[in-house]
Each structure stands twice: as structure tokens, then as C-alpha cells.
Design a protein around this ligand. Structure first.
Ligand code: AQP
Length: 330
């Protein structure tokens, strides 16, 4: 089986953007590929986090991924910080990456702008840690959204350079573009993507939100001054985003949605989107409720998965250390 790696940051509670853009696809890829899914907590600390919140979100993230359908019998689901090979390889790759390459990364430019004067070196080195995540597992495929494409390109460049300089060491990963890769936008600023760390709580819907707050958030969603439910992402970005969300949950096409809500105005449609999303999340939330109390089960999964992740990744790390000339421990 081909190897697939993907990570998700515990920088908040997962949103329906994370669900439709990543998690739902992960679930459907599990039987086809050898999957490694990592809760990338080391990535999360590249921007300020409250330690208590980070720990809580990290714990809850694991249960939420299991509840959403990640099957620990098929996939390896673990915390990045539990497998020190990530940090070790990241350091080594840092020494084979140029400052110029990192300075060109648009995500760094965007995120560092928000951090003002106190930009962390970790934010700058974020793509190198991501390269380490991927290359450690000899990954063939990485599911990526548009915003991560540049980082994957850099990963490929680093791997090529290393392979050419020494000898073939890393598999060169390819992007995996899912056929149903929804990009969910903010409910308050539909030109910007929905993010779990958005300061405006009305901008995103968490996978754990109850029905009432989901419906309220959709009712408050920013739309244009018209009243026609019609897909036009340029001029009607708010309503188009709601249509995309509705379509992701139901599988209905935009044509079908337009016909169903023809002449009904935005109010009814917003209510319907809220209900559909609440229904989609209900079974996941029910399972999550059970899992979150089952500490023994969660611990068992963490133990087993971490062991597998360590075993696979240390093999690559040992090879790398040897090639660059580090003395291997006895
Ligand atoms: N709005 C979105 N629509 C579709 N997919 C999305 N993803 C994130 N937001 C959307 C996908 O979720 C996966 C995990 O993302 P991440 O947590 O590693 O980082 P992110 O992309 O920065 O996600 P957030 O929610 O925006 O987090 P913060 O607020 O911390 O920056 C990725 O596959 C991503 O494409």
C-alpha cells in the first residue's frame, strides 16, 4: 500500500472546515492507503497558545478524530510531540534548507504579519518541520489544500536535494488532491477561510457545537443584500459559501439547491444549512461523548499508535543521521 501522511493542528476545536476539507476525506482514504495521521502539536506552538487550552484541545482532538471515523486498526493516529524523530529530523533538514527558500513562503508572510514584532523563529521554520513530518514516513501522498501546496513543493525540493547530495534516502511525496476538497469560508468574512483560531466565534462552526448554536451562527452568517439563493462566488461569496457547506453535507449539486430554495429568501436557507450541519455532526458528537470518558481506551490507542510511528520514523532518522555523518549511538 502507498503511504499517506497528514497532520492537523490542535490550535482550537476542529471546525466544519477541517471536517469537510480534511477529516472526512481522511476517513474515506483509510482502507486504500497506509495512513499516518498526526495531531501536530509542535506546529501549533509556532503561534501563541495558552498551555491549558492547548493540552485540552490536543486531548479532545484525538477523541474527535476517532469519533469522526478514524479507525486506529487501519490508521496510525498519534501526537507529533510523542515521536521525537519529528524534531530531530526537522533540525537536520534545517541545516539543508536555505533562508531564501523559507522567506518566500506566503503562509509565513501572512501569519507573521499578524504576530507584529514578536515573530517566532518556529513560525519561520514551520515548513521544515512539515517536511520532516512527511519525509520520516517515506510518504507517497500528502492530501493538501491550496494553502499548503507551496510547503509541499519545498518538501519535495529538500528531499531531492538531500537524495542528490548523499544517495536516495527519501521517497519524493506527491500532492493528493481529493475529488471532494471543499474549501469552507468564514461565516463572518466569506473572503477568508474558516479557521479554528479565528477571534470571532461566530466566524466558525465547531464540530462539537450544539444544534442551537450551529443554527444561530448560520443565521448570523454574512450574506449580500439580495435574497436569491444562487451560486456566484464572486458577487455572492457569503451565500455561495453556505451553498458549498450545504452541498458538502448532503451531496446535492448547486442546481438542486437553487431549485429547492427558489423564492424562499436567505432566512429559510440559512435555517436549512444549520439543520443539515447539526444532523451531520450529531452521530459524531454522540460517539465523541462516549469516547471522551473512556480514558483507558484512548490511552491504549495512543500507546500502540505511538509505538508504530516511532518504529517507522526512527528507521528513516537513523539512515539520515548516518548519511550526514553523525555518529550513531551504540
Ligand atoms: N476552511 C477550511 N476549509 C477546508 N479545509 C480546511 N482546512 C483548514 N481549514 C479549512 C484543512 O484542515 C487541515 C488541518 O489544518 P490545520 O489545523 O493543520 O491548519 P490550518 O489549515 O491552519 O487550519 P485552521 O483551522 O485554519 O487552523 P488555525 O486557525 O490554527 O490556522 C488541513 O488539511 C487544511 O487544509
Amino acid at each position: 500500500k502507498k503511504v499517506l501522511f497528514s497532520g492537523i493542528q490542535p490550535s482550537g476545536v476542529f471546525t466544519i472546515g477541517n471536517y469537510f476539507g480534511a477529516i472526512k476525506n481522511w476517513v474515506s482514504l483509510q482502507d486504500q492507503y497506509r495512513c499516518f495521521f498526526s495531531i501536530v502539536d509542535l506546529h501549533a506552538i509556532t503561534v501563541p497558545q495558552s498551555p491549558q487550552e492547548l493540552r485540552k484541545n490536543s486531548r479532545n482532538s484525538l477523541a474527535l478524530l476517532l469519533a469522526a471515523g478514524i479507525d486506529p486498526k487501519m490508521s496510525t493516529l498519534y501526537y507529533q510531540s510523542h515521536v521525537s524523530a519529528h524534531s530531530e529530523l526537522a533540525w537536520i533538514l534545517n541545516c539543508y534548507t536555505n533562508m531564501g527558500e523559507l522567506s518566500r513562503m506566503t503562509q509565513f508572510k501572512d501569519k507573521s504579519q499578524k504576530q507584529g514584532e514578536n515573530i517566532r523563529a518556529g513560525l519561520y521554520n514551520y515548513p521544515v518541520l512539515m517536511a520532516a513530518d512527511i519525509l520520516l514516513f517515506q510518504t507517497n501522498l500528502v492530501p493538501v489544500g491550496q494553502d499548503q501546496k507551496q510547503h509541499l513543493e519545498l518538501t519535495r525540493d529538500i528531499a531531492h536535494r538531500f537524495n542528490n547530495h548523499f544517495s536516495p534516502t527519501f521517497v519524493i511525496p506527491e500532492p493528493y488532491i481529493p475529488s471532494t476538497g471543499a474549501r469552507v469560508m468564514s461565516l463572518q468574512e466569506p473572503e477568508k477561510k474558516m479557521s479554528k483560531s479565528d477571534e470571532n466565534k461566530n466566524a466558525f462552526v465547531c464540530m462539537t457545537d450544539d444544534t442551537d448554536s450551529i443554527i444561530k451562527k448560520f443565521k448570523r452568517a454574512v450574506t449580500d443584500s439580495g435574497s436569491e439563493v444562487r451560486y456566484d462566488s464572486l458577487n455572492k461569496s457569503g451565500i455561495s459559501n453556505l451553498m458549498e457547506i450545504y452541498s458538502s453535507a448532503t451531496g446535492d449539486s448547486y442546481d438542486e439547491i437553487e431549485r429547492r430554495f427558489n423564492g424562499q429568501g436567505y432566512g429559510n436557507f440559512k435555517q436549512a444549512v444549520g439543520e443539515v450541519i447539526a444532523d451531520t455532526l450529531k452521530p459524531i458528537q454522540k460517539e465523541y461523548g462516549k469516547l471522551i470518558d473512556d480514558k483507558g481506551y484512548i490511552e491504549e490507542i495512543i500507546k500502540e499508535s505511538t509505538e508504530i510511528a516511532r518504529k517507522v520514523s526512527y528507521k528513516t532518522l537513523a539512515k539520515v543521521k548516518k548519511k550526514v555523518g553523525l555518529v550513531l549511538p551504540i
